[in-house]
Design a protein around this ligand. Structure first.
Ligand code: SF4
Length: 218
C-alpha cells in the first residue's frame, strides 16, 4: 500500500517539452508552496489546497507516454514539500527508462541537507541530477538561464547532465504555451515580458469565450 505522504498533490503536468531543461522532458508542478515570492509566475499554485491527488505509480505512464521523453522536471509550488512522493516517482520512472531529473526548490541545498523541511528530502536529493535552489527575486531576474533570478544556483548533484552542453545559467530562455479550452499553461522559465503578455492573452480569450457563450446560450 502507498504511504499517504507518497500520494502527490499535483497542480499540473505536461508531457514532452524542450523548455525546461535539456532534451525532451515531462514536467510535474506540485500544488502548495510555503514561500510567497513577489512576482512568482505561478501564484495559483502557492496555496496549500487540494488539487489532483495521484499516486506516483499512476503518473509514470502519463509522463513517459512520449517515447522521446528523456527526463523529468519537478517544479511548483514547492517540490521539497512533497519530496517523498517525487522521490518515488523518479525511482519508478527509472525502472522504465534511464531518465535525468531536474528539480527546482525555494530552499537552499545546505538547508535541505541540514534541516530537511519534509519527509523524503534526502531520498529526493539522491534521485535529482540538477537542483536549482533559492527563492525567486524579481529584482534579480536577468532574463537568462533556466533559473528565475541570478541569486538562484544550479547544482549538478550527479554528472549525468554535465557533458550535455546545456548552459543552465545563461542560455536564452524559451517557453511553450499550451491552451486547453479556457485554460492555458505557460511551460518554461519565461523570457522578460512574456508573463504580462501571456496573462493579457488569457484574459482576452476568456472574455471572448464568455461573450460567445452569453450570445449563444440565451
Ligand atoms: S518558491 Fe517558487 S513557487 Fe514558491 S512562491 Fe517562490 S517562485 Fe513561487
Amino acid at each position: 500500500m502507498t504511504a499517504p505522504y507518497e500520494v502527490l498533490n499535483v497542480a499540473a503536468t505536461w508531457t514532452g517539452t524542450t523548455a525546461l531543461g535539456p532534451g525532451r522532458r515531462s514536467v510535474v508542478w506540485v500544488q502548495g508552496c510555503p514561500f510567497h515570492c513577489r512576482g512568482c509566475m505561478s501564484p495559483d499554485w502557492i496555496p496549500m489546497r487540494r488539487a489532483r491527488l495521484v499516486a506516483p505509480a499512476d503518473l509514470v505512464p502519463e509522463l513517459l507516454g512520449d517515447p522521446a521523453v528523456g527526463g523529468l522536471t519537478f517544479s511548483g509550488g514547492e517540490p521539497m514539500f512533497q519530496a517523498a512522493g517525487l522521490a518515488e516517482l523518479a525511482r519508478l520512472a527509472r525502472t522504465v527508462r534511464d531518465i535525468s531529473v531536474i528539480c527546482f526548490t525555494g530552499h537552499r541545498l545546505e538547508a535541505l541537507r541540514s534541516r530537511p523541511p519534509a519527509p523524503g528530502v534526502a531520498r529526493l536529493l539522491e534521485e535529482v541530477d540538477v537542483l536549482i535552489d533559492g527563492l525567486y527575486v524579481a529584482g534579480l531576474d536577468d532574463g537568462r538561464g533556466l533559473r528565475g533570478s541570478s541569486n538562484q544556483r544550479v547544482h549538478h548533484l550527479t554528472d549525468r547532465l554535465t557533458s550535455y552542453g546545456y548552459d543552465f545559467d545563461s542560455r536564452p530562455r524559451s517557453a511553450d504555451i499550451a491552451v486547453d479550452g479556457q485554460n492555458a499553461l505557460l511551460i518554461g522559465v519565461p523570457p522578460t515580458g512574456l508573463i504580462a503578455a501571456f496573462d493579457a492573452a488569457v484574459d482576452s480569450v476568456r472574455a471572448r469565450t464568455t461573450l460567445w457563450k452569453d450570445n449563444h446560450e440565451r
